[in-house]
Design a binder for this molecule. Structure first.
Ligand code: NAD
Length: 486
């Protein structure tokens, strides 16, 4: 017997008043797959293994240069407002419009933009994001809404002639990933998922080390987004409509995979010489969230609808094997009260690195972590051009240029705008967005099927074999001409 997520939730009585609170996006939010294992293992979900004929190869795609990049932001909550505050620090960028379903979510972005010289038009209402995409004065749409809205919004924006950058993950179902790929190829619009952790100083330096051959052959990577978000997820005000808590109550598998996986996948040249082949996923029981929801509901009626949910297990683990035989071990635990841990351990035939637990470490292949002096020397030796460029900016401006996530948020946005202005390929393309996001639903399928393996579709339709390595982190292709304003 096969049933989709919605049918399953109906069958266990979860689609009552609670589902209504998902609003018009209910079907999207609950779109994951439950394949019953009652009658044995179902097929390997043939529907996902689409025989895709590539219409146009978006890998390495150079769009026409844009002198001043005009931006519209959809979703002005925590992340959208934060990005707005970062964008005003980049030259030749104009924030022209912002859309949010809840007008009170404009307070923060308006505060960030006060006196910045940017005065966007604000669109508010459930469907006003479409009006934003339809405007003819935008080049780029930034999507910062709940994860299950990203793909539909991205497709609509590309259909209306806009490049898209989207928060992570870019999609929550495999079908949505295919929609992104087909639309980007047909419209020749960029669709980049902003995996900002790739731009953290240690991560981007280790990416440069991979490009320069420091690791020899990369064999394996451990990555994670392990950080307690219990307080945030149960907060009444932190996220719009409690959407994160609802996701934990509605899905299984790794619902937030990209911070641990993306930087390692880029070091392995995934979609450019290698690609994800298959994965298996296993998750612990939920030891914390249901208890917390019940305890809160006993005191506060607001939490009643969350008390009966069957939450995703606290620790999600996923193993991926690539076509070239490398492995990735990706965890997600946003409940246990342990310190923030990205792991970012990358192991090769000649050397290895490990970011968390601090301090970060490098091994040059002699069974020991290098001492501090050697570590500092190697970090200097492999410092990529982007970081050197930022040192110049810092000197010139006399400013520290700090930004969110270890400085990665500003570098990420600056490089996107710089590439668009210079007509260069973006750091990550639609195939990365699709491959890095498809594991959300695929890991869910595996968890629900006793951790059986599942194939990861080839979104590049075979072009991964010849696509050239990406991420011009040494500014070798003529970029680096956009100013940072401080
Ligand atoms: N890359 C990172 O480091 C990072 C960090 C945090 C969050 N995120 C991602 O950012 C995204 C947003 O997270 P957040 O913490 O800002 O959540 P949030 O709840 O603060 O913001 C979401 C916003 O979307 C708005 N929204 C909902 N429906 C809408 C619609 N139909 N039209 C327009 N706006 C609508 C909400 O009103 C809200 O303001 C998520 O995808 C999340 O995964 C990424």
């Amino acid at each position: 017997m096969t049933m989709n997520r919605k049918q399953f939730l109906q069958s266990v009585g979860m689609l009552g008043a609670g589902a209504a609170t998902w609003g018009a996006w209910g079907d999207k939010a609950l779109a994951g797959t439950i394949e019953s294992h009652v009658e044995g293992l179902p097929g390997k979900m043939e529907k996902w293994q689409v025989k895709h004929v590539q219409r146009f190869n978006m890998s390495g795609y150079c769009a026409p240069k844009i002198n001043t990049v005009r931006v519209g932001i959809i979703g002005t909550g925590n992340r959208g407002s934060h990005h707005a505050g970062t964008m005003i620090r980049v030259d030749s960028l104009e924030i022209k419009a912002a859309a949010d379903v809840a007008p009170e979510r404009f307070t923060r972005i308006k505060r960030k933009l006060a006196k910045s010289g940017h005065s966007p038009e604000y669109h508010t209402g459930e469907a006003e994001w479409k009006a934003l995409c339809e405007r003819d004065d935008l080049d780029l749409v930034l999507i910062c809404t709940p994860t299950y809205m990203h793909a539909e919004m991205a497709v609509y924006a590309m259909e209306h002639g806009k490049h898209v950058i989207t928060e992570v993950p870019a999609a929550v179902t495999v079908e949505e990933c295919w929609d992104l790929v087909r639309t980007s190829e047909r419209t020749k619009m960029h669709c980049m998922m902003m995996e900002n952790y790739s731009f953290m100083p240690f991560h981007i330096t280790t990416l440069n080390m991979a490009k320069q051959g420091f690791f020899g052959e990369i064999v394996h990577g451990d990555g994670a987004y392990n950080t307690s978000k219990m307080r945030n997820n149960f907060s009444k005000t932190m996220y719009w409509n409690m959407w994160w808590l609802r996701m934990y109550g509605a899905r299984k598998g790794n619902i937030y995979p990209t911070h641990g996986m993306g930087p390692i996948a880029q070091m392995m040249n995934i979609n450019r010489g290698d690609r994800f082949d298959f994965l298996v996923s296993v998750e612990s029981k939920d030891f914390m969230m249901a208890d917390k929801a019940k305890a809160l509901a006993a005191k506060d009626g607001f939490y009643k609808e969350f008390a009966g949910m069957e939450y995703r297990g606290n620790m999600s683990s996923m193993l991926i094997r690539t076509k070239q035989g490398r492995t990735l071990n990706i965890q997600h635990d946003a409940t246990s009260p342990s310190p923030h841990n990205l792991i970012h351990g990358v192991y090769g035939t000649k050397g290895s690195v490990l970011f968390d637990p601090a301090p970060p470490k490098i091994c040059t292949g002699n069974h020991r972590w290098a001492d501090k002096k050697t570590y500092d020397k190697l970090m200097e030796q492999y410092k990529p051009g982007v970081l050197k460029q930022f040192e110049q900016f810092r000197k010139g401006l006399g400013a520290d240029l700090k930004s969110g996530h270890g400085g990665s948020d500003l570098i990420n946005i600056w490089h996107i705008i710089d590439c668009l202005r210079n007509g260069l390929p973006l750091d990550q393309d639609v195939y990365d967005a699709a491959a890095f996001s498809a594991v959300v639903e695929l890991s869910e399928w595996s968890v629900l099927n006793q951790s059986n393996s599942i194939k990861i579709p080839d979104f590049t339709a075979g072009s991964w074999k010849t696509n050239k390595p990406n991420m011009d982190i040494n500014l070798e292709n003529g970029g680096g001409t956009t100013k940072v304003l401080g």
